[in-house]
Design a protein around this ligand. Structure first.
Ligand code: ZN
Length: 407
Protein backbone atom coordinates (compact mmCIF):
# COMPACT_ATOMS: atom_id res chain seq x y z
CA UNK A 1 0.00 0.00 0.00
CA UNK A 2 2.99 2.25 0.65
CA UNK A 3 4.17 1.54 -2.86
CA UNK A 4 0.78 2.54 -4.28
CA UNK A 5 0.98 5.83 -2.38
CA UNK A 6 4.54 6.31 -3.62
CA UNK A 7 3.44 5.84 -7.25
CA UNK A 8 0.56 8.29 -6.66
CA UNK A 9 3.20 10.93 -5.89
CA UNK A 10 4.38 10.78 -9.52
CA UNK A 11 1.77 13.17 -10.85
CA UNK A 12 1.26 15.78 -13.56
CA UNK A 13 -0.65 17.94 -11.06
CA UNK A 14 0.70 19.23 -7.79
CA UNK A 15 -1.51 18.30 -4.84
CA UNK A 16 -3.46 15.57 -6.66
CA UNK A 17 -2.72 12.47 -8.70
CA UNK A 18 -2.97 12.52 -12.48
CA UNK A 19 -0.75 10.34 -14.63
CA UNK A 20 -1.82 10.06 -18.25
CA UNK A 21 -0.36 8.17 -21.22
CA UNK A 22 3.41 8.64 -21.51
CA UNK A 23 3.54 11.78 -19.41
CA UNK A 24 6.82 12.60 -17.62
CA UNK A 25 5.57 11.19 -14.27
CA UNK A 26 4.86 7.88 -16.06
CA UNK A 27 8.59 7.59 -16.67
CA UNK A 28 9.30 8.11 -12.94
CA UNK A 29 6.69 5.47 -12.19
CA UNK A 30 8.45 3.01 -14.54
CA UNK A 31 11.83 3.70 -12.94
CA UNK A 32 10.44 3.16 -9.46
CA UNK A 33 8.92 -0.24 -10.35
CA UNK A 34 12.15 -1.24 -12.12
CA UNK A 35 13.99 -0.46 -8.85
CA UNK A 36 11.66 -2.74 -6.87
CA UNK A 37 12.19 -5.74 -9.11
CA UNK A 38 15.95 -5.33 -9.64
CA UNK A 39 16.82 -7.44 -6.54
CA UNK A 40 14.78 -10.26 -8.12
CA UNK A 41 17.05 -10.06 -11.17
CA UNK A 42 14.00 -9.36 -13.28
CA UNK A 43 14.80 -6.67 -15.83
CA UNK A 44 11.99 -4.25 -16.77
CA UNK A 45 11.58 -2.95 -20.30
CA UNK A 46 9.14 -0.51 -21.82
CA UNK A 47 7.54 -1.73 -25.04
CA UNK A 48 6.79 0.60 -27.96
CA UNK A 49 3.28 1.28 -26.62
CA UNK A 50 4.72 2.43 -23.31
CA UNK A 51 3.75 -0.67 -21.32
CA UNK A 52 6.12 -1.81 -18.59
CA UNK A 53 7.00 -5.49 -19.14
CA UNK A 54 9.10 -7.67 -16.83
CA UNK A 55 9.51 -11.44 -17.14
CA UNK A 56 10.22 -13.61 -14.10
CA UNK A 57 11.81 -16.71 -15.62
CA UNK A 58 10.38 -20.22 -15.43
CA UNK A 59 12.23 -23.25 -14.09
CA UNK A 60 13.16 -24.14 -17.66
CA UNK A 61 13.98 -22.09 -20.73
CA UNK A 62 11.34 -21.67 -23.47
CA UNK A 63 8.48 -22.30 -21.02
CA UNK A 64 5.14 -20.53 -21.65
CA UNK A 65 4.14 -17.55 -19.54
CA UNK A 66 1.33 -16.35 -17.29
CA UNK A 67 0.59 -12.63 -17.55
CA UNK A 68 -0.28 -10.65 -14.41
CA UNK A 69 -0.90 -6.92 -14.53
CA UNK A 70 -3.11 -3.87 -14.64
CA UNK A 71 -2.77 -0.22 -15.69
CA UNK A 72 -0.44 2.52 -14.47
CA UNK A 73 -2.28 5.55 -15.85
CA UNK A 74 -4.87 7.39 -13.78
CA UNK A 75 -7.81 9.75 -14.10
CA UNK A 76 -7.38 13.37 -12.91
CA UNK A 77 -7.70 13.80 -9.13
CA UNK A 78 -7.22 10.05 -8.82
CA UNK A 79 -6.94 7.71 -5.89
CA UNK A 80 -3.81 5.64 -5.28
CA UNK A 81 -5.12 2.14 -6.02
CA UNK A 82 -7.14 1.97 -9.24
CA UNK A 83 -4.94 0.01 -11.67
CA UNK A 84 -1.71 0.61 -9.77
CA UNK A 85 -2.60 -1.92 -7.05
CA UNK A 86 -2.81 -4.69 -9.66
CA UNK A 87 0.76 -4.02 -10.80
CA UNK A 88 2.08 -3.64 -7.25
CA UNK A 89 0.42 -6.97 -6.30
CA UNK A 90 2.05 -8.68 -9.30
CA UNK A 91 5.46 -7.45 -8.05
CA UNK A 92 4.60 -8.61 -4.52
CA UNK A 93 3.78 -12.10 -5.83
CA UNK A 94 7.20 -12.35 -7.51
CA UNK A 95 8.83 -11.30 -4.22
CA UNK A 96 6.79 -13.83 -2.24
CA UNK A 97 7.97 -16.64 -4.52
CA UNK A 98 11.41 -15.99 -2.92
CA UNK A 99 13.36 -17.22 -5.89
CA UNK A 100 11.20 -20.29 -6.44
CA UNK A 101 10.78 -21.02 -10.14
CA UNK A 102 7.50 -22.31 -11.55
CA UNK A 103 6.91 -24.40 -14.68
CA UNK A 104 5.81 -21.17 -16.39
CA UNK A 105 7.34 -17.71 -16.55
CA UNK A 106 5.39 -14.78 -15.08
CA UNK A 107 5.26 -11.58 -17.08
CA UNK A 108 4.32 -8.51 -15.06
CA UNK A 109 2.60 -5.90 -17.20
CA UNK A 110 1.95 -2.28 -16.24
CA UNK A 111 -0.34 -1.01 -18.99
CA UNK A 112 0.41 2.49 -20.24
CA UNK A 113 -3.15 3.60 -20.86
CA UNK A 114 -6.53 2.28 -19.76
CA UNK A 115 -8.58 5.28 -18.65
CA UNK A 116 -8.72 7.15 -21.96
CA UNK A 117 -8.01 10.52 -20.31
CA UNK A 118 -5.37 11.98 -22.62
CA UNK A 119 -6.73 10.92 -26.01
CA UNK A 120 -10.37 10.10 -25.21
CA UNK A 121 -9.53 6.57 -26.44
CA UNK A 122 -9.14 3.96 -23.71
CA UNK A 123 -7.02 0.77 -23.62
CA UNK A 124 -4.15 2.02 -25.80
CA UNK A 125 -1.67 -0.17 -23.88
CA UNK A 126 -3.64 -3.42 -23.93
CA UNK A 127 -4.73 -2.88 -27.52
CA UNK A 128 -1.04 -3.02 -28.52
CA UNK A 129 -0.76 -6.47 -26.90
CA UNK A 130 -3.59 -7.85 -29.01
CA UNK A 131 -2.34 -6.16 -32.19
CA UNK A 132 -4.99 -3.44 -32.31
CA UNK A 133 -2.87 -0.30 -31.82
CA UNK A 134 -3.38 0.58 -35.48
CA UNK A 135 -2.73 3.61 -37.72
CA UNK A 136 -6.11 5.13 -36.90
CA UNK A 137 -5.45 5.04 -33.14
CA UNK A 138 -1.88 6.32 -33.66
CA UNK A 139 -3.36 9.36 -35.40
CA UNK A 140 -5.73 10.36 -32.56
CA UNK A 141 -4.65 13.69 -31.03
CA UNK A 142 -4.83 15.05 -27.47
CA UNK A 143 -6.04 18.54 -26.45
CA UNK A 144 -2.61 19.95 -27.38
CA UNK A 145 -2.77 18.47 -30.89
CA UNK A 146 -0.15 15.80 -30.06
CA UNK A 147 -0.91 12.44 -31.70
CA UNK A 148 -0.51 9.06 -30.01
CA UNK A 149 2.35 8.39 -32.44
CA UNK A 150 4.07 11.68 -31.50
CA UNK A 151 3.58 11.00 -27.78
CA UNK A 152 5.29 7.63 -28.22
CA UNK A 153 8.22 9.27 -30.05
CA UNK A 154 8.52 12.05 -27.47
CA UNK A 155 8.76 9.40 -24.75
CA UNK A 156 11.80 8.01 -26.57
CA UNK A 157 10.04 4.98 -28.02
CA UNK A 158 9.75 3.82 -31.61
CA UNK A 159 6.19 3.50 -33.03
CA UNK A 160 7.57 1.21 -35.76
CA UNK A 161 8.22 -1.40 -33.09
CA UNK A 162 4.61 -1.55 -31.87
CA UNK A 163 3.98 -4.89 -33.58
CA UNK A 164 6.69 -6.35 -31.34
CA UNK A 165 4.65 -5.43 -28.26
CA UNK A 166 1.98 -7.93 -29.36
CA UNK A 167 1.60 -11.18 -27.41
CA UNK A 168 3.17 -14.28 -28.87
CA UNK A 169 1.79 -17.80 -28.78
CA UNK A 170 3.35 -18.53 -25.41
CA UNK A 171 0.79 -16.74 -23.18
CA UNK A 172 -1.18 -19.26 -21.10
CA UNK A 173 -3.43 -16.76 -19.39
CA UNK A 174 -3.87 -13.26 -18.01
CA UNK A 175 -4.83 -12.46 -14.41
CA UNK A 176 -5.65 -8.94 -13.21
CA UNK A 177 -6.11 -7.80 -9.62
CA UNK A 178 -8.21 -4.63 -9.41
CA UNK A 179 -10.25 -2.80 -6.81
CA UNK A 180 -13.97 -3.42 -7.26
CA UNK A 181 -14.77 0.32 -7.52
CA UNK A 182 -18.26 -0.44 -6.26
CA UNK A 183 -20.13 -1.34 -3.07
CA UNK A 184 -20.96 -5.04 -3.58
CA UNK A 185 -18.09 -6.73 -1.68
CA UNK A 186 -18.32 -4.25 1.19
CA UNK A 187 -22.06 -4.83 1.46
CA UNK A 188 -21.48 -8.61 1.66
CA UNK A 189 -18.51 -8.15 4.01
CA UNK A 190 -16.18 -10.09 1.68
CA UNK A 191 -12.58 -9.19 0.80
CA UNK A 192 -12.26 -10.81 -2.65
CA UNK A 193 -14.31 -11.88 -5.67
CA UNK A 194 -13.69 -13.76 -8.90
CA UNK A 195 -14.89 -11.75 -11.90
CA UNK A 196 -16.70 -14.05 -14.32
CA UNK A 197 -17.69 -11.49 -16.94
CA UNK A 198 -17.28 -7.87 -17.92
CA UNK A 199 -20.66 -6.35 -18.69
CA UNK A 200 -21.64 -5.28 -22.17
CA UNK A 201 -22.74 -1.70 -22.53
CA UNK A 202 -25.21 0.33 -24.60
CA UNK A 203 -25.20 4.09 -24.77
CA UNK A 204 -28.02 5.94 -26.48
CA UNK A 205 -29.25 9.49 -26.80
CA UNK A 206 -33.02 10.14 -26.68
CA UNK A 207 -34.66 13.38 -27.78
CA UNK A 208 -38.28 14.09 -26.76
CA UNK A 209 -39.86 16.83 -28.86
CA UNK A 210 -42.98 18.75 -27.80
CA UNK A 211 -44.06 22.37 -28.05
CA UNK A 212 -42.47 25.20 -26.12
CA UNK A 213 -45.10 27.57 -24.77
CA UNK A 214 -45.94 30.03 -22.01
CA UNK A 215 -45.89 28.44 -18.53
CA UNK A 216 -48.58 30.82 -17.28
CA UNK A 217 -51.13 30.89 -20.09
CA UNK A 218 -51.11 27.25 -21.37
CA UNK A 219 -53.62 25.08 -19.43
CA UNK A 220 -52.31 21.71 -18.30
CA UNK A 221 -54.51 19.68 -20.68
CA UNK A 222 -53.26 21.62 -23.73
CA UNK A 223 -49.54 21.09 -23.18
CA UNK A 224 -46.97 18.99 -25.03
CA UNK A 225 -44.28 19.15 -22.36
CA UNK A 226 -41.06 17.42 -23.42
CA UNK A 227 -39.58 17.38 -19.91
CA UNK A 228 -42.70 15.84 -18.36
CA UNK A 229 -42.64 13.08 -20.99
CA UNK A 230 -38.93 12.52 -20.44
CA UNK A 231 -39.49 12.35 -16.68
CA UNK A 232 -42.16 9.68 -17.05
CA UNK A 233 -39.77 7.67 -19.21
CA UNK A 234 -36.86 8.09 -16.74
CA UNK A 235 -39.07 6.51 -14.06
CA UNK A 236 -39.80 3.65 -16.46
CA UNK A 237 -36.04 3.18 -17.02
CA UNK A 238 -35.43 2.84 -13.29
CA UNK A 239 -38.39 0.48 -12.77
CA UNK A 240 -37.47 -1.66 -15.79
CA UNK A 241 -33.92 -2.17 -14.57
CA UNK A 242 -35.09 -3.05 -11.06
CA UNK A 243 -37.20 -5.87 -12.51
CA UNK A 244 -34.30 -7.66 -14.24
CA UNK A 245 -31.57 -9.34 -12.19
CA UNK A 246 -28.12 -7.84 -12.80
CA UNK A 247 -29.38 -5.13 -15.14
CA UNK A 248 -28.28 -1.53 -14.56
CA UNK A 249 -29.78 1.35 -16.51
CA UNK A 250 -29.00 5.01 -15.95
CA UNK A 251 -30.17 8.33 -17.32
CA UNK A 252 -27.19 10.41 -16.27
CA UNK A 253 -27.76 13.52 -18.29
CA UNK A 254 -30.73 15.66 -19.31
CA UNK A 255 -30.78 18.89 -21.26
CA UNK A 256 -33.93 20.90 -21.85
CA UNK A 257 -34.73 23.62 -24.36
CA UNK A 258 -35.34 26.45 -24.27
CA UNK A 259 -34.49 25.96 -20.59
CA UNK A 260 -36.32 28.80 -18.84
CA UNK A 261 -38.41 28.82 -15.66
CA UNK A 262 -41.49 30.29 -17.36
CA UNK A 263 -41.40 28.24 -20.56
CA UNK A 264 -42.76 24.72 -21.11
CA UNK A 265 -39.89 22.67 -22.53
CA UNK A 266 -40.13 21.99 -26.26
CA UNK A 267 -37.20 19.60 -26.26
CA UNK A 268 -35.55 17.25 -23.76
CA UNK A 269 -32.37 15.38 -24.65
CA UNK A 270 -31.31 12.46 -22.44
CA UNK A 271 -28.36 10.08 -22.24
CA UNK A 272 -29.07 6.42 -21.45
CA UNK A 273 -26.47 3.87 -20.26
CA UNK A 274 -27.51 0.18 -20.01
CA UNK A 275 -25.24 -2.67 -18.87
CA UNK A 276 -25.56 -6.43 -18.35
CA UNK A 277 -23.35 -9.53 -18.60
CA UNK A 278 -25.74 -11.03 -21.17
CA UNK A 279 -25.90 -9.22 -24.51
CA UNK A 280 -29.36 -10.70 -25.10
CA UNK A 281 -30.73 -9.31 -21.82
CA UNK A 282 -29.12 -5.94 -22.51
CA UNK A 283 -30.40 -5.56 -26.07
CA UNK A 284 -33.88 -6.72 -25.03
CA UNK A 285 -33.90 -4.11 -22.24
CA UNK A 286 -32.83 -1.39 -24.66
CA UNK A 287 -35.56 -2.42 -27.14
CA UNK A 288 -38.15 -2.28 -24.33
CA UNK A 289 -37.00 1.18 -23.26
CA UNK A 290 -37.21 2.45 -26.83
CA UNK A 291 -40.75 1.04 -27.14
CA UNK A 292 -41.78 2.63 -23.83
CA UNK A 293 -40.35 6.00 -24.89
CA UNK A 294 -42.47 5.86 -28.05
CA UNK A 295 -45.62 4.90 -26.11
CA UNK A 296 -45.14 7.69 -23.59
CA UNK A 297 -44.42 10.22 -26.34
CA UNK A 298 -47.46 9.18 -28.40
CA UNK A 299 -49.81 9.40 -25.41
CA UNK A 300 -48.58 12.94 -24.65
CA UNK A 301 -48.59 14.22 -28.21
CA UNK A 302 -44.80 14.31 -28.32
CA UNK A 303 -42.33 12.68 -30.67
CA UNK A 304 -39.14 10.88 -29.70
CA UNK A 305 -35.98 9.94 -31.57
CA UNK A 306 -33.19 7.74 -30.38
CA UNK A 307 -29.60 7.45 -31.53
CA UNK A 308 -27.27 4.59 -30.54
CA UNK A 309 -23.80 5.85 -29.65
CA UNK A 310 -22.25 2.61 -28.38
CA UNK A 311 -23.16 -1.06 -28.29
CA UNK A 312 -20.29 -3.00 -26.79
CA UNK A 313 -20.68 -6.73 -26.23
CA UNK A 314 -20.05 -8.43 -22.89
CA UNK A 315 -16.79 -10.31 -22.40
CA UNK A 316 -16.81 -13.61 -20.53
CA UNK A 317 -13.78 -14.35 -18.40
CA UNK A 318 -12.13 -17.75 -18.86
CA UNK A 319 -14.22 -20.35 -16.93
CA UNK A 320 -11.16 -22.45 -15.99
CA UNK A 321 -9.27 -19.47 -14.55
CA UNK A 322 -12.40 -18.18 -12.79
CA UNK A 323 -12.83 -21.61 -11.16
CA UNK A 324 -9.16 -21.67 -10.11
CA UNK A 325 -9.45 -18.16 -8.64
CA UNK A 326 -12.53 -19.24 -6.72
CA UNK A 327 -10.59 -22.21 -5.28
CA UNK A 328 -7.69 -19.92 -4.37
CA UNK A 329 -10.08 -17.55 -2.57
CA UNK A 330 -11.44 -20.51 -0.56
CA UNK A 331 -7.89 -21.67 0.31
CA UNK A 332 -7.22 -18.14 1.57
CA UNK A 333 -10.02 -18.70 4.08
CA UNK A 334 -12.57 -16.46 2.41
CA UNK A 335 -16.05 -17.09 1.13
CA UNK A 336 -15.93 -17.03 -2.67
CA UNK A 337 -18.12 -14.80 -4.77
CA UNK A 338 -18.46 -14.58 -8.52
CA UNK A 339 -19.40 -11.21 -9.86
CA UNK A 340 -19.80 -9.22 -13.06
CA UNK A 341 -17.70 -6.13 -13.58
CA UNK A 342 -19.85 -3.18 -14.57
CA UNK A 343 -16.74 -1.24 -15.63
CA UNK A 344 -14.39 -2.02 -18.51
CA UNK A 345 -10.85 -3.28 -17.79
CA UNK A 346 -7.70 -4.26 -19.70
CA UNK A 347 -8.71 -7.92 -19.12
CA UNK A 348 -11.59 -7.35 -21.53
CA UNK A 349 -9.11 -6.50 -24.31
CA UNK A 350 -6.52 -9.19 -23.47
CA UNK A 351 -9.34 -11.79 -23.40
CA UNK A 352 -9.55 -11.42 -27.19
CA UNK A 353 -6.30 -13.36 -27.46
CA UNK A 354 -5.56 -15.04 -24.12
CA UNK A 355 -7.78 -16.75 -21.50
CA UNK A 356 -8.28 -14.00 -18.90
CA UNK A 357 -9.79 -13.50 -15.46
CA UNK A 358 -9.87 -10.89 -12.72
CA UNK A 359 -9.80 -10.76 -8.94
CA UNK A 360 -11.63 -7.88 -7.30
CA UNK A 361 -10.68 -6.42 -3.90
CA UNK A 362 -13.26 -4.80 -1.63
CA UNK A 363 -13.37 -1.01 -2.09
CA UNK A 364 -14.29 0.79 1.17
CA UNK A 365 -17.37 2.94 0.60
CA UNK A 366 -17.30 1.84 -3.05
CA UNK A 367 -15.29 5.03 -3.59
CA UNK A 368 -13.00 5.20 -6.63
CA UNK A 369 -11.67 7.80 -9.11
CA UNK A 370 -11.29 10.05 -6.07
CA UNK A 371 -8.44 10.77 -3.61
CA UNK A 372 -10.57 9.07 -0.90
CA UNK A 373 -10.20 5.72 -2.73
CA UNK A 374 -8.76 3.12 -0.34
CA UNK A 375 -8.19 -0.56 0.37
CA UNK A 376 -7.95 -2.49 3.64
CA UNK A 377 -4.53 -3.82 4.60
CA UNK A 378 -6.04 -7.16 5.54
CA UNK A 379 -7.68 -7.46 2.12
CA UNK A 380 -4.39 -6.73 0.35
CA UNK A 381 -2.72 -9.44 2.43
CA UNK A 382 -5.49 -11.87 1.45
CA UNK A 383 -5.09 -10.89 -2.21
CA UNK A 384 -1.40 -11.83 -2.05
CA UNK A 385 -2.22 -15.14 -0.35
CA UNK A 386 -4.91 -15.82 -2.94
CA UNK A 387 -2.43 -15.02 -5.74
CA UNK A 388 0.14 -17.44 -4.30
CA UNK A 389 -2.45 -20.22 -4.01
CA UNK A 390 -3.47 -19.52 -7.60
CA UNK A 391 0.14 -19.77 -8.82
CA UNK A 392 0.58 -23.08 -6.97
CA UNK A 393 -2.67 -24.46 -8.38
CA UNK A 394 -1.78 -23.46 -11.94
CA UNK A 395 1.77 -24.82 -11.55
CA UNK A 396 0.35 -28.26 -10.71
CA UNK A 397 -2.54 -28.22 -13.19
CA UNK A 398 -2.04 -30.32 -16.35
CA UNK A 399 -5.19 -28.70 -17.73
CA UNK A 400 -3.59 -25.26 -17.54
CA UNK A 401 -0.79 -26.34 -19.90
CA UNK A 402 -3.03 -28.27 -22.25
CA UNK A 403 -4.99 -25.14 -23.00
CA UNK A 404 -3.75 -23.65 -26.23
CA UNK A 405 -4.11 -19.91 -26.30
CA UNK A 406 -5.70 -18.01 -29.15
CA UNK A 407 -2.82 -15.60 -29.81
ZN1 ZN B 1 -8.73 0.73 -13.35
Amino acid sequence: MGRCLRLASFSEDSGSARRTFLSAPMSECHQEIARWIRPLEVPARIDAAGNLRAVYPAAQAHAPRLLIGSHLDTVPNAGAYDGVLGVVLAVALLEELRGRRLPFAIEVIGFSEEEGVRFGAPFIGSRALVGRLDKELLGVVDSQGVSVQKAIEEFGLNPKEISRAALKNDALGYVEFHIEQGPVLEKLNLPLAAVEAIAGQSRLEFTFLGHANHAGTTPMHLRHDAIAGAAEWISAVERGAQEVSGLVATVGKIEARPGATNVIAGEARLALDVRHSSDEVRTRAVDNLIRQAREIAARRGLSVQENTLLSQHAVAMDPFLVGEIEQAIIKTGCKPLRMVSGAGHDAMIIAEKVPSAMIFLRTPGGVSHDPAESVLQDDVEKAIMCGLHLLDQLASSPEFYKRTNRA
